[in-house]
Structures are given as structure tokens and as C-alpha cells.
Design a protein around this ligand. Structure first.
Ligand code: C2O
Length: 551
């Protein structure tokens, strides 16, 4: 595959550790390489701080590259304090070398001067309702196109211009900024800062569009890819090549295809225009799996001052990575997956904002609408926790994935009687780590403790290291038995891990991947077993030279 070619010289990811967490620790029996075939996949998330007044102001400065004099707070944050916004006067242009494109620069830095932004006293006077992109009417489409057209027509150095808005996003992910007071890069992906950052980012983008057409009620649409009727690129972005909503840098095979949320970039691609029921159900289960985790498993890991800009995706961010990669141009070796398939360029495609509108919507649904009542949220991002306080909300739509857990084929309950819950942890031979994930790996892992409290959360955690510029995907199966063709509709399917690279580079990044086990073990009728078998199936590039070469 062309899109993989820039990765050919990159080493395979390395498994750093592999354990189950509940209240107990981990035990490693040896991995075995197997010949089994495997299919599907899945995720993790991140964040920016936008709490108290000072912090909020600083975030906004950083976010918008908002122009004029800045009063960035002068005191430096302590290690472990909430992240501070970067110094926009100290933005760095990355220079990148790739085999296909030679040397090129990633120009993301906002033009000076910078200024404080003051949040309007009331955001609620002109409420904005974001609607599903496949349901909007002609009047809305005309307005939306005109707003984007005007934004694109602004001079390049106007901070409101489409070019500058896209660059704002780029600077936050392609090593544009250092963390204030630390030599480390600031990256708003791969941690819980992902969701609040993008909420604010869209907020400004939307308000600029509204102001350009003199309509303060203007709202972005959302790409409703969690609903079968929205599981394609919305036609408003694809049918008219002269439209300001069109972007030529998209995967041409997917322009009218039905989405596959279990997409394998490393395979020959024959997308369906008309989906099978199985395809629809598979997508719904993948959305369901991404929406069910709690706290950090959904949001992504905490990211604070002085932390390495690693990748600890929450389940929603991982799901979002899939749509990005599926949309970007994967057929041109020179494209690096542009625009949507790589972070430095993704916001150059107008569909980006529609995609993120849905991410933001799902975050809201997760917080407020899932069974079991409102869920916990991060307290230190108070002023962007509730989208209605920012003056917008989402048109409601049915949530067909909500019951998709029932689509998964449960494991037959007729197998041998469950083993007795074990009392003593066994010691297993320690794995030879790190281990390169260059072929299918299987191991058996003892569970920390069984039966004490069935409500206790149990998670399989895999720690990885890989190149940050690498597109990587692998699937995890639990207790699979050399089945030939298993996927999201089978109980053995654990999760898919999918990255979204930032820009071509070979910076090593640490990453962790957490798979909630409770429901999975129930469906597998394995809730009383003392151990589980875990199979890791590399997906993208699993048979590519880059993987073999690294042995
Ligand atoms: Cu900042 Cu969809 O990424």
C-alpha cells in the first residue's frame, strides 16, 4: 500500500509490558508466535487545561494564536501541575525528511502579534445547534459553503483565515511548541487533553464562520459516523469538486464508500458502496466498545506539566483515529496520508471540523446520556465541560449503537465447567521484554484475583513503544482458539489499537493500551477462569518489510 511506504524503514512497535490490572499485579508467561489469521481493531484519548480564569485565558491565547499583546503568566508551572499553554512567540517550524518528498517544512506557526481573548459575558444569547451533516437542508448548505469560502478568501496572514486556523491545530501536534517551563514538546493528542482542546478549537472556528456571514447562530454540522445513515463521507463534502468544502486530498476509493471502522490500511481495499448487515453491525459494535469504557479508559490518560508527550489514547480518541486514516489519501505515496490521515495536515480539510464535531458530540453523550446516569468528568476543565455553557448543543439523533453489545455472539456456555477461582497467584516465567510485534503473538496471563468482587474493574494493559510518525494498528483477542475469521461481532474480539501519526519522524513514543475485561470475560463465559489467553495481531504492515527487517 502506498500509504505505508513511508513507513517501510521504521521498526516495528515494541511491547514493553503486558499485564492485567485490577487491584493486583501482573504475571507474564511466554508469548508464542502463531499462524492464526486475524482481523479487526480499536483505542485511547487526551487533553488541554481550560479551567480557572488565568488558565482559561492562557489556553485561549495558545489555541487561537489570538493576536495583540499577551500577558501570559510569568510564573512557571511545577512538575505535575496542570499543563500551561505554550508561548506562541516561541513556535518552531519542523523540518522533515522523507524518502518520497525529500526535505519539507511544516509551517504551522501563527503570525504575531498575540492578544488576550476575553470570553463574552454571555454565550447563551445566540444559541447554536449543530446538526447531522447528512440531514442538513439546502439553505444551511449554502450558508456553510459561503462561510468557509469567505474564511478561505481571507489573506493568509489573517488569524481567522482557513490557513491560519488549520495551522493552529498543526502547531499543537507537530512539535510546534514546548511545554512552558519544560524542554518537552506539547502535544494535544494521546491523552485526556485531546477532548477539551478540540472543543475549544471548534468553538473558535465556528464563531469565526458565524461572524464572517453575520450569523451568530451558525453552527458546524457533525459527521454522524456512529449512525448507519452517516457512515460515509457526507455528500456535502464530496459531490461538488468546486465547493469550498471539497478537498482533493482524500482517499478516492472512499468517496462514496460505506465506512469500515475496522479498516485495515495494510490490505488491499475493496470498500462496499452498499454495506452488508454484518458491516453495519460491526461498526456499531466498534462504536459501542469505544463508548462504554469509563474515566481514563475513555478520555485518555492524564497529561500534566513536565510529562513526556506520549500516547495514551482513550477509547474515543482511538475511534477518531480510524476515521482520520480512512479519510486521508492512502493511494499516493507522496501524500503521507494527507490531509486527514496525518496530524500536521488534517485540519486543512474542511471535513476535519465536521468529524470533530461528532467526537465532541459523543463525548457529550458519554457524559450525559448513557445508562447509569451522568458520568464523572474532569473537574479541572470546568469551563468547557458543559457545551451548553459555550452556547451550543447537538441536534439529537437516535443512537443505534447503544444496544450493540447484544450483537456480539457470546461464547457457548456449554463448555467445561468453569475452573475454580484460584486463590494463589502463580509465578510464570517472565517474558523476554521488550518484544517486537512483528508477527502474531499469543500468551496466557494469570488474572490477579478472581471472584472476590465481580464489580471490580479489570483491565488488560499493554505498554508499547513505537515511532511517533508511524501509522500502527493491531488487534487484541482474548481466549480465541485459532478461529479463522473473527472480528468485532465475536466475543473474543478485545480491541483494536490504532494510531494517528503526527508527521513523518522517528521519535520514539511510549504508549499504553488498556482493554476493559469485565464485559468481555462475561461474554466469553470466562469470568471464573484463573487465566486468559491473549493474542496480538499486527494489522497495518504486518507483512511489510519494515516489520521483518527489524528482527
Ligand atoms: Cu487534533 Cu482529529 O485531531
Amino acid at each position: 500500500m502506498a500509504s505505508i511506504s513511508s513507513l517501510l524503514n521504521m521498526p516495528a512497535p515494541q511491547i514493553q509490558s503486558f499485564h492485567i490490572c485490577a487491584s493486583s499485579s501482573s504475571l507474564f508467561p511466554p508469548f508464542q508466535k502463531t499462524k492464526q489469521r486475524c482481523k479487526p481493531k480499536r483505542h485511547h484519548a487526551s487533553r488541554v487545561k481550560c479551567s480557572g480564569d488565568t488558565n482559561r485565558r492562557d489556553i485561549l491565547i495558545g489555541l487561537g494564536g489570538l493576536h495583540g499583546a499577551t500577558s501570559l503568566s510569568s510564573s512557571l508551572p511545577a512538575l505535575g501541575a496542570p499543563l500551561s499553554p505554550p508561548d506562541p512567540t516561541n513556535c518552531v517550524t519542523s523540518t522533515v525528511v522523507t524518502p518520497e518528498n525529500g526535505t519539507f517544512k511544516i509551517e504551522c506557526c501563527p503570525p504575531p502579534p498575540f492578544t488576550d481573548y476575553v470570553i463574552p459575558a454571555s454565550n447563551n444569547t445566540q444559541f447554536r445547534i449543530r446538526k447531522a451533516a447528512h440531514l442538513v437542508d439546502d439553505e444551511y448548505i449554502a450558508k456553510y459553503k459561503e462561510a468557509i469560502r469567505r474564511m478561505k478568501a481571507l489573506p493568509d496572514d489573517d488569524p481567522r483565515s482557513f490557513k491560519q486556523q488549520a495551522a493552529v491545530h498543526c502547531a499543537y501536534c507537530a512539535n510546534g511548541y514546548k511545554q512552558k517551563g519544560f524542554p518537552k514538546n506539547l502535544d494535544v493528542h494521546g491523552s485526556w487533553i485531546f477532548l477539551p482542546f478540540h472543543r475549544w478549537y471548534l468553538y473558535f472556528f465556528e464563531r469565526i464562520l458565524g461572524s464572517l456571514i453575520g450569523d451568530p447562530t451558525f453552527a458546524l454540522p457533525y459527521w454522524n459516523w456512529d449512525h448507519p445513515n452517516g457512515m460515509r463521507m457526507p455528500s456535502i463534502f464530496t459531490t461538488d469538486t468546486t465547493s469550498p468544502l471539497y478537498d482533493p486530498l482524500r482517499d478516492p476509493r472512499h468517496l462514496s464508500a460505506f465506512m469500515d471502522l475496522n479498516y485495515d490500511f495494510g490490505k488491499e481495499d475493496n470498500p462496499h458502496v452498499n454495506p452488508t448487515i454484518k458491516q453495519i453491525n460491526s461498526n456499531l459494535v466498534i462504536v459501542y466498545n469505544a463508548m462504554m469504557p469509563k474515566e481514563e479508559d475513555f478520555f485518555g490518560k492524564l497529561f500534566r506539566a513536565g510529562d513526556d508527550p506520549d500516547r495514551h489514547y482513550g477509547s474515543l480518541e482511538t475511534l477518531h483515529n480510524i476515521t482520520h486514516g480512512w479519510t486521508g489519501d492512502n493511494t499516493n505515496p507522496k501524500s503521507n496520508g494527507e490531509n486527514m490521515g496525518i496530524l500536521y495536515s488534517d485540519a486543512r480539510d474542511p471535513i476535519f471540523y465536521c468529524h470533530h464535531s461528532n467526537v465532541d458530540r459523543l463525548r457529550k453523550i458519554w457524559t450525559t446520556q448513557l445508562p447509569g446516569g451522568p458520568r464523572s468528568n474532569f473537574n479541572d476543565v470546568k469551563d468547557c465541560l458543559d457545551s451548553t455553557s459555550l452556547g451550543y448543543d447537538y441536534q439529537s439523533n437516535e443512537l443505534p449503537w447503544l444496544n450493540a453489545g447484544g450483537l456480539v455472539k457470546r461464547k457457548s456456555l456449554s463448555r467445561a465447567a468453569p475452573k475454580q477461582a484460584f486463590k494463589v497467584r502463580k509465578t510464570w516465567p517472565t517474558l523476554q521484554l521488550p518484544l517486537t510485534l512483528d508477527s502474531i503473538l499469543r500468551t496466557t496471563i494469570n488474572r490477579p484475583k478472581v471472584g472476590a468482587n465481580p464489580l471490580e474493574k479489570e483491565v488488560l494493559e499493554i505498554e508499547l513503544e513505537y515511532d511517533k510518525g508511524q501509522r500502527l494498528g493491531f488487534d487484541v483477542f482474548i481466549n480465541d482458539e485459532d478461529d479463522d475469521d473473527i472480528g468485532p461481532l465475536d466475543a473474543e474480539f478485545g480491541e483494536s489499537f490504532v494510531t494517528l501519526p503526527d508527521h513523518p519522524n522517528q521519535t520514539k513514543v511510549s504508549s499504553s493500551f488498556r482493554i476493559p475485561l469485565n464485559n468481555l470475560l462475561q461474554a466469553l463465559d470466562a469470568i471464573n477462569d484463573e487465566s486468559i489467553t491473549v493474542t496480538l495481531c499486527p494489522k497495518y504492515g504486518k507483512s511489510l518489510p519494515l516489520l521483518r527487517a527489524s528482527r
